[in-house]
Design a protein around this ligand. Structure first.
Ligand SMILES: Nc1nc2c(ncn2[C@@H]2O[C@H](COP(=O)(O)OP(=O)(O)O)[C@@H](O)[C@H]2O)c(=O)[nH]1
Ligand SMILES: [Mg+2]
Length: 443
């Protein structure tokens, strides 16, 4: 099957690029250009016709990448054409008429690259992250992983395990052979080393995931305190409906911001109050969930009618800022009880003291993007495999007695497998290979 798709963004542009990948790529170029195939990897100007006619669609650059020296590993071509909807539609329509050609599915070119061994799973993920990076720190993280440092680390840990696995398996396969004493010591030493390495990677304060997904801020507080107004002010647009009718916001409303290069996701939530309305009750439940999972809570209350008790008070911790809004309505001093809490007094309406709040947010934020670990976990998937691997290694350590070899080998195999799954490398042949290459017991 040969696939094709527009690889540049939609909308009008000077140039648009359509990529084709698969065994019939050559045929597609020939049918479209009625001409010879360009030299590999040499930009070549060609007239591009509707298939089976001499009706010109556009004139453009064709790049021909014979496999396996291509992104997907298959025969590939790039057609650089003018970026209008009409040109793109006409070219798509023409390619679709070629036998065995179909529109690519999302991510399919990169999936092929992975399946054909051109890139590992971490690289495939980091390409997706780089494409969707909105801030500098996200770009830096994606390119770092793309460069392969994390993959190298996981591969090297995995190879260490494969090596000791081969020793353990050899003992099972050749029980009568005597293994040198220092091999046992070595097995323990290496598994311990891998355990420590994994623990260190896991102890990352979730910085990698935070960079990828954004620092989560939840705005929470009683109804009508000005939560939606604050969200709109911070995001500089009318994302949430502001109204004096209490209980207007029911769903969680999220906006993405870039604060000093850090990605931030702010959620506006339903006001906390005793409600009989089922939908509002659900909204309040969502609000409390958001608050619990947030990196930072902005607890917004109304200066004139202070309502700071119950769950709201309980949410106040080191990851929360107490925001007292509507300072413009305040005629006297704040009541003395609330004054004792560290707080920021603002008025969204009159744009008072919001700078101070933003500064406080920035201070909370910066600490959350710092880690001493240089291997960043960017997805829950990685974390789960590491945790699983760690669990099996711990089991392995407990069992590492001579007579428990069978079970120990199974733990080690599973630990290795989970490490391999992060990078997308799971291959039984490799374990076999490692046994025979590495272990000859003197023969
Ligand atoms: N006087 C005054 N009114 C405000 C201020 N901020 C918001 N409001 C008003 O308070 C009402 C409730 O605001 P809204 O943002 O919908 O509150 P929410 O229920 O917490 O989301 C609206 O009528 C807003 O215009 C403020 O700083 N001062
Ligand atoms: Mg609201």
């Amino acid at each position: 099957m040969t696939i094709y798709a527009l690889s540049t963004g939609p909308g009008i542009s000077g140039i648009a690029i359509i990529r084709v990948s698969g065994e019939d790529t050559k045929k597609v170029i020939q049918l479209l250009t009625n001409s010879t195939i360009p030299e590999p990897r040499v930009a070549t100007l060609r007239k591009i016709n509707k298939i089976n006619t001499s009706e010109l669609i556009d004139e453009g650059i064709i790049l021909w990448f014979p496999g396996p020296e291509s992104y997907t590993g298959e025969d590939m071509a790039e057609l650089h054409i003018h970026g209008s909807k009409a040109v793109i539609d006409a070219l798509h329509a023409s390619i679709s008429k070629v036998e065995n050609c179909r529109l690519a599915e999302p991510g399919e070119f990169t999936k092929l690259a992975f399946q054909n061994g051109k890139i590992n799973l971490l690289k495939a993920e980091s390409i997706a992250d780089l494409i969707s990076a909105e801030t500098e720190i996200q770009r830096q993280q994606a390119i770092k992983i793309m460069n392969g440092k994390s993959a190298d680390k996981f591969n090297s840990l995995r190879e260490k395990l494969l090596k000791i696995l081969s020793h353990v398996e050899a003992k099972i396969d050749f029980p009568d052979e005597d293994l040198p004493e220092d091999i046992f010591k070595n097995i323990k030493k290496i598994s311990n080393e891998v355990i420590l390495n994994i623990k260190k990677i896991l102890d990352d304060q979730k910085v990698g995931e935070r960079i990828r997904e954004g620092f989560k801020i939840a705005i929470i507080g009683p109804t009508n305190a000005g939560k939606s107004s604050l969200l709109n002010h911070l995001s500089n647009r009318d994302a949430a409906i502001v109204s004096e009718i209490a209980g207007t916001t029911r769903d969680v409303i999220e906006t993405h911001l870039n604060i000093d290069g850090y990605p931030v996701v702010i959620s506006d939530t339903a006001g906390i109050r005793d409600s009989k309305n089922e939908i509002e009750k659900k909204g309040i439940k969502l609000a409390l969930d958001k608050a619990e999972n947030a990196d930072l809570k902005l607890i917004v209350i109304d200066a004139k009618s202070i309502d700071f008790k119950g769950v709201l008070k309980e949410l106040m911790d080191e990851n929360a800022i107490l925001v007292i809004n509507k300072s413009d309505l305040l005629k006297e001093d704040l009541n003395s009880e609330i004054k004792n809490y560290e707080h920021v007094l603002i008025s969204v309406k009159n744009n008072l003291n919001l700078e101070d709040l933003i500064l406080k947010i920035k201070n909370k934020l910066k600490n959350k993007f710092i880690t001493s670990v240089d291997i960043l976990i960017t997805r829950e998937r990685h974390r789960q495999h590491l945790e699983q691997s760690l669990n099996y290694l711990k089991n392995f350590e407990e069992k590492n007695e001579a007579e428990d070899f069978d079970k120990a080998a199974e733990d080690l195999r599973l630990a290795t497998r989970h490490l391999g799954m992060i990078v997308g490398k799971v291959d039984v042949e490799e374990i076999l290979g490692s046994i025979f290459n590495d272990f000859c017991i003197g023969k």
